[in-house]
Design a protein around this ligand. Structure first.
Ligand code: K2U
Ligand code: ZN
Length: 172
């Protein structure tokens, strides 16, 4: 397994609609394992393939608390097939937009259909933080970032700061 380099915004690779996985084969299983290792190394609770430069519909999640045993979930071609009318507001961040946070409101409960690491069709219903994380990661597969759910004013402030940091790093 390997810890992969993260794609940091602004970056066009975070704004593309990813292609579906044709088959969950050893190449995809290796990607899932590397994404999980990267997510844990970066203290994330979710990660989507475009965040490691891969334009494929793959996400990994583990919302288990620090004091609980790990509970990783690996999803290929995840689809939201149902959302509740009830909403939930959560402060969100993103490993690709480091040190920036904003409140985002999303459906509180979702049902997700996906292929597991063996290529088996599965369906899960989630609520609370797991539901938020699943929606956040599936957004990534369509080139949507959490800042796309907040005001243009706040989004532009965050993206301008990230652009400035990138330019300083490139100049260094
Ligand atoms: O970059 C990512 O996609 C991982 C995200 C996943 C996530 C963000 C917001 C809410 C739920 C999941 C985060 O980096 S994981 C760390 C985190 C968790 C909760 C709130 C803020 C940041
Ligand atoms: Zn993210």
């Amino acid at each position: 397994m390997a810890v992969l380099p993260l794609v940091i915004a602004p970056d066009p690779r975070l704004k593309v609609a990813c292609r579906p996985v044709a088959a969950v084969d050893d190449r995809i299983r290796t990607l899932m394992a590397d994404m999980l290792e990267t997510m844990y190394a970066e203290d994330g609770i979710g990660l989507a393939a475009p965040q490691v430069g891969r334009e494929e519909r793959v996400i990994v999640i583990d919302v288990a608390g620090r004091d609980d045993p790990p509970n990783p979930v690996k999803l290929a071609n995840p689809e939201v097939v149902w959302t509740s009318d009830e909403l939930r507001t959560q402060e969100e961040g993103c490993l690709s937009l480091p040190e920036h946070y904003a409140e985002v409101t999303r459906p509180d409960r979702v049902r997700i259909r996906y292929l597991d690491e063996n290529g088996e069709r599965r369906e899960i219903e989630a609520e609370g933080l797991l539901a938020t994380c699943l929606q956040h990661e599936i957004d990534h597969l369509d080139g949507v970032l959490f800042v796309d759910h907040i005001s243009a004013l706040k989004r532009n402030i965050i993206l301008r700061k990230l652009t400035k940091i990138k330019k300083q790093q490139e100049a260094a």
